[in-house]
Unconditional design. Structure first.
Length: 504
């Protein structure tokens, strides 16, 4: 009561003074400190005791420290993740899922037996027809043998690394629009507010480099229609804010607000941080708010990044051979090529989770021209990234994912013209690929029907993909949990299975 009276000396009613100063966070923090568990978990335990089938295990609830002490659960095959998200949903029909038999169905209506009762977007639900639009692009087998993968002519460089990738053609999702679709792929749920994959990796595995963030995000502006990217896609949700993604930008200031103002020396900054740290420690002792400690950790990380980030983004030490590998665009800051090279450099420096967003794949119209430009922008850099990781001995310990939030329909959106048509959203089946990190290379998993509309073999849910990737990082997806508001949360929620056929 002493602190509350000191703060509110102008309030003569002791009860009112106390109520004004007692925050929910401080109250529950005190209760947790005193009793070893929050009121929420105590109440939940009481409610569930009567039902033996759903009762909580005996003993106190696990704290985050208890959970982290047991991680990883087994020896990891991968130390880090590079996740290339093709925002906007690339067409699997024009890149990876070869359907030569569609030529005979050109401009005929998609059979009702194929489409069934599937929910479709308002962009095509009012169409009188659903004309089949076969891909206008040729496909080739890579490597050039009977067992190779079939890839579009738009991806010749990716063909050169076909023997290193595992193509999943039977991916499916529940989301049919971009915002919930991206949210689902990042966080395991369509509802915003949960921690993203990178934050879970940071929470579960921690950092391998004290001078750079555990989780880094980079964005490339694409060549076509671009959906908005919200910062919550790389947010930490209810996890500590130290686990959120740090965005690296193109241009002079790779990380905003990192540079000291004119006239402030590094010694000045150090003294300033020491004083702020002392004040924050005092505040933490009073409020018991863990975010205060996270704030201190972020201040210290920013101080170290003032030295590490300029070195990271300086490509002058890269050989001409390496720069040529990534293509001419590597000289343009913020390009997909430059960000792929940065991803390799971050991998070398021990960054745990690296996320690249490539915008511009939302091709409802003018698909032939836009997909050519998009594929041209990503093809050489993504192939170079895998080749570069491999030649440096990093691919075996780096798990690489290439994915969009869903796929594209076989039927045309609008009028079907050979050089000017589009495709609508299609969550029922689409293609992603994995590489490195103990994943079987050079294989194709899953199968779609003749229209690339429904899955015929080995459907893969988003939760299955997450569970498999966590497994390769040494984490059991059912045990990688965080207790929040009386409930244990995980990336895969109550779903997901490890895809054993994909593991080498």
């Amino acid at each position: 009561m002493t602190r509350e009276r000191d703060i509110k000396e102008d309030c003569h009613d002791p009860l009112e003074s106390y109520l004004r100063n007692l925050t929910r966070r401080r109250f529950f923090g005190k209760m947790a400190n005193t009793m070893g568990a929050g009121l929420g978990s105590m109440a939940l335990g009481t409610l569930l005791k009567a039902d033996g089938a759903h009762a909580l295990p005996a003993g106190p609830a696990q704290t985050p420290e208890d959970i982290l002490a047991n991680l990883p659960h087994y020896a990891p095959k991968a130390k880090r993740v590079i996740y290339m998200h093709m925002e906007g949903a690339p067409s699997q029909l024009d890149l990876y899922d070869h359907k030569p038999g569609l030529a005979e169905h050109y401009d005929t209506d998609l059979p009702d037996s194929v489409r069934g009762s599937q929910r479709i977007t308002t962009m095509t639900s009012g169409q009188a027809r659903f004309p089949v639009a076969p891909s206008m692009f040729e496909f080739k087998r890579y490597p050039n043998n009977q067992d190779g993968l079939m890839l579009s002519e738009l991806l010749p460089h990716t063909g050169s690394i076909a023997k290193d990738i595992c193509v999943i053609k039977s991916m499916k999702t529940s989301a049919i629009n971009h915002e919930p679709g991206i949210t689902f792929f990042q966080t395991g749920t369509e509802q915003p507010g949960r921690p993203c994959f990178g934050s879970w990796a940071s929470y579960g595995l921690g950092s391998m480099n004290k001078d750079l963030p555990t989780f880094v995000v980079m964005i490339t502006q694409g060549k076509g229609n671009m959906q908005a990217l919200a910062a919550r896609f790389w947010g930490s949700g209810f996890l500590s804010s130290e686990h959120q993604g740090c965005k690296i930008r193109a241009g002079r200031d790779a990380v905003l607000h990192l540079r000291d103002p004119e006239g402030v020396s590094r010694e000045d900054r150090r003294r300033m941080l020491d004083v702020v740290g002392q004040l924050n420690q005092t505040e933490f002792e009073k409020s018991l708010d863990p975010e205060v400690q996270a704030r201190v950790a972020q201040y210290e990380m920013a101080y170290r990044m003032q030295m590490s980030v300029p070195e990271l983004t300086d490509f002058s030490t890269e050989s001409k051979q390496t720069l040529d590998l990534y293509g001419d665009d590597v000289k343009e800051p913020g390009s997909f090529a430059a960000n792929c090279l940065l991803a390799r450099r971050l991998s070398e420096r021990g960054v745990r989770f690296i996320q690249l967003f490539m915008r511009g794949w939302d091709q409802h119209g003018n698909l032939p021209n836009e997909i050519r430009a998009q594929a041209n922008a990503v093809d050489q850099p993504q192939a170079a990234l895998l080749a570069d990781l491999k030649q440096r001995g990093l691919l075996d310990e780096t798990l690489v994912l290439w994915a969009g939030e869903f796929g594209r329909t076989v039927y045309c959106q609008g009028k079907l013209e050979r050089e000017n048509y589009g495709r609508d959203h299609h969550p029922r089946c689409f293609t992603v690929w994995l590489a490195g990190g103990g994943i079987k290379p050079g294989i194709s998993y899953g199968k779609t029907d003749d229209f690339s509309y429904n899955i015929e073999e080995n459907p893969v849910e988003v939760h299955d993909l997450h569970a498999t990737m966590l497994h390769q990082l040494g984490l059991d997806h059912e045990k990688t949990i965080y207790r929040h508001q009386g409930r244990d949360y995980r990336l895969t929620d109550v779903h997901g299975k490890v895809l054993s056929p994909l593991i080498a």
